[in-house]
Design a protein. Sequence first.
Length: 343
Amino acid sequence: MFDTSAPARKLVEVRDLKMHFPIYAGVFRKQVGEVKAVDGVSFDIFEGETLGLVGESGCGKSTCGRAILRLYDITDGSVVIDGVEIGHTPQSALRKIRPTMQMVFQDPQASLDPRMTVASIIGEPLMEHGNLSKAARLDRIYELMDAVGLNRNFANRYPHEFSGGQRQRIGIARALALNPKFIVCDEPIAALDVSIQAQVVNLLEGLQKKLGLTYLFISHDLSMVRHIADRVAVMYLGKVVELAPRDDIYATPKHPYTVALLSAVPDPDPNSEEVVERIILQGDVPSPSNPPEGCNFCTRCPNVLPICHHEEPKFEEVEPGRFVACHLFGDRKREASEEPETQ
């Protein structure tokens, strides 16, 4: 795991990242609105650490990860990876820095070409970005297969001949081919059986220790994020509402949404499970094309204040290393005499 006691270098710096998708309608395809999938996200990822990005489905986690790697042309903001600003760099100019940043996709079956063998899939980045001889390339492919626990004898097999866990190992090997520094893991265990999930996560942890990798681990599985992440960022409706060290955020969550989210995590201890107080949020998640005025969470928050309906809270540091976007904390903390609204 990441050594928080040692001075760390910022490998990834994201500032006010926005990814808005236009909505077109009518005969002339006029733009009538936009989906604010990611709306002003800021955080850093330090070299050698794993930042967990969590939230319910549709909150913008995967879009955020893809935007950071510039798989999308972002709407606004700044993305710096290994000291290079790539936020608005043309796609053609990004090619030379692609080896630094890679991605492991959510569905291994959909992300692997069914017409290519394992050797071809893993070797494709080496052909695109390297100049190795055929023999050297094959040696590197075998080396990568060994690193992720795949039998070399399977190099000429096709993806459909493997299990889900093995296919995800192929995807990880492909991501490692160019010796990247930063990898976005976009729900890499979501499509796998529970019995296989731990194997893949343990593989990622082992590779991180061996190769010094830095991860953005995107998931809705809060138990698994607790196992692998050093810090955790919580997203709601396109915004990060809380960011803190893993142990702090699981022990004492501050934002009302984080509290509700963690209350839904099952406890393996049946005695503890019986006394857990579940927080059931009322209403549905607002549309990202028409978010509420003020705080995005104000329509469902059990502790909503009058200010929440018209003023967006700042994402600010309320304790060393802990950031929260909520009027209950920070500079805009309300006086104790001010009563919360009732739902």
